[in-house]
Design a protein around this ligand. Structure first.
Ligand code: IMP
Length: 450
């Protein structure tokens, strides 16, 4: 095969993007689509992500591994744009192997940056120093690892698996990090020898997976293989476009699927925005449609809205179409996967935010200035609720399709589609793996490109 960049006419790839503040149910959607995919690629974030997938009665919680790992025979790729904590990844691999899940199909980019133990210490120290303006990070060392990557002070997976390179890197990095921790007033003492030994051991364990994954993804696309790009976090946590500084440290919009996986932008074909039927947020920062009342707490309980990674309760609120529309414009959604419909079932009335009001003016786009966003008042359209979906109606819907949905649920879906001008292609109706109503016209779409 030539090394050239001449790509085929159609790119059978789909990118999955969180359209809110993360926790939209991307793991479940990726797991569902992974049945048709041949390769699943993570391209950003780290183990701040937590994807829950329920298979039968078994629940899998993944932090590092692409959700596609649960489907046998799919290539599972951790791309260059990810920051990776090797200890966590090894634990995850061991956990899956003990449950008889084959993990041989995993490949990790040699360019991915490593989350070191000192990154976690720095994450904690920086949060403490922020005092009243904490970000509310997951404490996994994500920000410090990405900062080091950009400052060219990172350790990459290629270094981790090469004891000589690792040692050389750590000789100057560890003392440097010690100086920063000291300056922060942190008591931690970093021991070069033990860090080197610990991380060299991780490197040897993970070595067999580490390779040039960009080439693998590119080659798969050239062979017209169906590739699924699995985004983590959500658009409102994007380092540029989110509610800065209450964001994560990576680019969570679709453009980064190319860069973070090591392929060309035109390799991205469909982009599905995952939209939870309501909105949640973990950690600090503005949230215009947040519910501070009993209803918010009821939704949180019914939806199991506690962080997969940290166990923190998630803040809950109404669906905000200003946010979803903004996400759609940033990532070019070609379809929407709406999740957790069942959590909203049983309410008499629902609200959907269509725009904000600020100083008597209509606002339909997220302002960069959080002081303005904090003053935005959500304006709602009221919608009638639909009944709880019992087992019999769930079965009927899954067997016979859209026509069987409760009339008011259809109205809700249509309203979202019409307001955004984007079709709802998947509808998550319940917790289980199969409780997804597939509304795609074709099973895996590949739009022709010039
Ligand atoms: P960090 O990514 O750990 O630095 O955390 C920064 C912000 O992003 C915090 O508000 C976290 O709660 C949030 N965050 C990071 N990852 C996720 C996720 O996967 N789901 C939801 N929120 C997240």
């Amino acid at each position: 095969m030539s090394l050239g960049m001449c790509l085929p006419i159609t790119m059978p790839s789909v990118v999955i993007i969180g359209s809110q503040w993360g926790d939209e149910g991307k793991g479940k959607i990726v797991d569902y689509l992974a049945e048709e995919a041949q390769m699943v690629v993570r391209f950003q974030g780290g183990n701040n992500a937590g994807h829950t997938v329920q298979v039968g009665d078994e629940v899998f919680r993944l932090h590092h591994l692409p959700s596609g790992i649960l489907r046998r025979g799919k290539a599972a790729i951790i791309g260059n744009g990810v920051v990776l904590d090797p200890a966590v990844l090894i634990e995850e691999l061991d956990g899956l192997e003990s449950r008889k899940i084959v993990t041989d199909n995993l490949r990790i980019s040699d360019r991915a940056n490593v989350i070191m133990s000192y990154h976690k210490l720095l994450d904690g120290a920086e949060e403490r120093l922020r005092k009243g303006s904490k970000v509310g990070t997951t404490g996994r060392g994500i920000g410090p690892a990405y900062s080091d990557k950009v400052a060219r002070l990172g350790v990459r997976m290629g270094d981790l698996v090469d004891p000589g390179a690792l040692s050389e890197r750590l000789q100057f990095l560890v003392p440097l990090k010690q100086r920063i921790l000291d300056a922060y007033g942190d008591q931690a003492r970093l021991d070069l020898g033990s860090i080197e030994k610990e991380y060299a051991a991780y490197g040897q364990r993970l070595r067999k997976y580490v390779t040039d994954t960009g080439y693998l993804v590119h080659s798969a696309l050239r062979k017209n293989r169906r590739v699924l790009f699995e985004g983590a976090q959500g658009t409102m946590l994007d380092i540029d476009h989110g509610t800065y500084p209450f964001v994560t440290s990576s680019t969570t919009v679709a453009g980064n699927a190319a860069s973070g996986a090591g392929v060309a932008p035109l390799a991205l074909d469909d982009v599905y925005g995952v939209v939870k039927a309501y909105t949640t947020r973990v950690g600090e920062g503005p949230f215009p449609t947040e519910l501070h009342d009993d209803l918010g707490r009821t939704i949180a309980e019914k939806g199991g809205e506690f962080g997969t990674t940290t166990g923190r309760p998630r803040r809950c609120g109404w669906l905000d179409l200003v946010i979803v529309g903004y996400s759609a414009s940033l990532s070019g959604f070609t379809g929407i996967a709406m999740t957790k419909i069942d959590v909203l079932s049983g309410l008499d009335e629902l609200k959907v935010c269509t725009h904000y009001a600020l100083d008597g003016k209509r606002v339909s786009r997220i302002p960069a200035d959080l002081r303005l966003l904090n003053r935005c008042e959500p304006r709602y359209t009221k919608m009638p609720g639909w009944p709880d979906l019992d087992d019999a109606s769930m079965k009927r819907i899954l067997r016979r399709g859209y026509q069987e949905l409760p009339a008011n649920l259809k109205k809700y879906v249509k309203y979202v589609e019409k307001t955004l001008g984007i079709p709802v292609v998947l509808l998550g109706l319940g917790r289980r793996r199969n409780e997804i109503l597939d509304l795609r016209k074709k099973k895996w779409t590949a739009r022709p490109r010039k």
